[in-house]
Write a protein that binds this ligand. Structure first.
Ligand code: FDA
Length: 291
């Protein structure tokens, strides 16, 4: 697919290429009562020099966004910091970023990547959470067969004063059947089991989905279990299902939008297109049929 065409599609899902564009998009969301989690695009690295560059870019972005009082936090993919090249180097870079975020009273969310990264990302999270309990959280993927037991195991570092903070999503990578549930309903069912466990065990839950059914079921759980507002939030991707997003905000629930920006928008967009290829058809149609 030509790059220019992918950009036509991407504009809706990506705040832009520069930090200034990311800032502007975040501030506009803040004005609508929505918080953000900022993601710098660019995840396929092959050298530790690139990992260092990415770390520095995050430090710069945290400095700038916190100085501008943007209401939000930051999401990081550990492979961008060299996870698959040298785990300890990755840990050191992440620690530096989390420490800096903690100094700014901000927060880092460790995104969960494909299954080869899960053990390492949980391990890095455990170490950072011990040192910075209020300033780091992890993503968990409901489609993985292991996730239920991962949440139960992580309960040992949960703490009433500093609840452990998870973002729960369905999971975006293509995984083999022996590792991941494949049925649509099966993933939904596990999503709700995981969420319920988090609520029961007083964990902070970032409910990251655009699935109306899951949103409705989550709202039911929140009501039935009398979950206080400071123990959950909803999360959505930039540009996706804005009407559903607004209805959640109107209902008085906290909403956070994942705001990606950076030069690597092409890879990000191609992944989103693969996830939802129908979108491309609509966009191509709209190029020809106006009005
Ligand atoms: P589902 O894919 O079933 O979509 C439900 C409905 O939402 C669709 O029917 C459609 O109407 C709409 N929709 C969904 N995607 C759309 C799109 N691209 N364009 C237009 N409409 C769309 N994954 C991961 O593996 N690691 C991670 O760290 C994260 N992080 C993350 C953060 C946040 C804030 C969100 C919302 C999601 C993630 N994800 C993720 C991605 C997640 O795992 C999942 O792939 C997507 O959110 C899609 O799943 P849904 O729950 O939205 O359901």
């Amino acid at each position: 697919m030509p790059k220019k065409l992918v950009w036509v599609f991407s504009k809706r899902y990506i705040a832009g290429e520069t930090m200034e564009e990311g800032l502007l998009a975040s501030k506009l969301l803040n004005e609508k009562g929505i918080e953000v989690t900022v993601d710098i695009l660019g995840e396929f690295i092959t050298t530790l020099a690139e990992a260092e560059k990415n770390r520095d870019e995050y430090l710069e972005v945290i400095e700038r966004f916190t100085a501008d009082n943007v209401k939000g936090n930051f999401s990081i993919k550990p492979t961008m910091f060299g996870l698959l090249i040298d785990k300890e180097v990755c840990y050191t870079h992440l620690r530096e970023v989390v420490k800096f975020a903690a100094e700014k009273d901000s927060f880092i969310r460790i995104d969960m990547e494909d299954s080869q990264c899960v053990d390492m990302e949980i391990d890095i999270f455990r170490r950072l959470r011990t040192e910075f309990p209020k300033h780091v959280g992890l993503v968990l993927q409901a489609y993985l067969r292991r996730t239920e037991s991962d949440i139960i195991a992580l309960n040992d570092i949960n703490n009433k004063n500093y609840p452990i903070s998870f973002r729960l999503c369905k999971g975006i990578y293509v995984e083999p059947e022996h590792l991941a549930f494949k049925g649509y309903d099966e993933v939904r069912e596990h999503y709700l089991t995981d969420l319920k466990y988090m609520f029961e065990n007083k964990m902070y839950a970032g409910i990251a989905t655009h699935d109306k059914y899951l949103v409705e079921e989550a709202l039911k759980l929140i009501e039935e279990m009398n979950i206080p507002k400071n123990m959950y939030e909803f999360q959505m991707l930039y540009g996706v299902t804005p009407e559903l997003r607004q209805s959640i905000v109107d209902g008085g629930h906290k909403m956070r939008v994942y705001v990606p920006f950076g030069q690597q928008w092409f890879n990000y967009s191609t992944r989103r297109l693969k996830e939802n290829p129908k979108m491309a058809q609509h966009i191509i149609k709209a190029l020809f049929i106006r009005g």
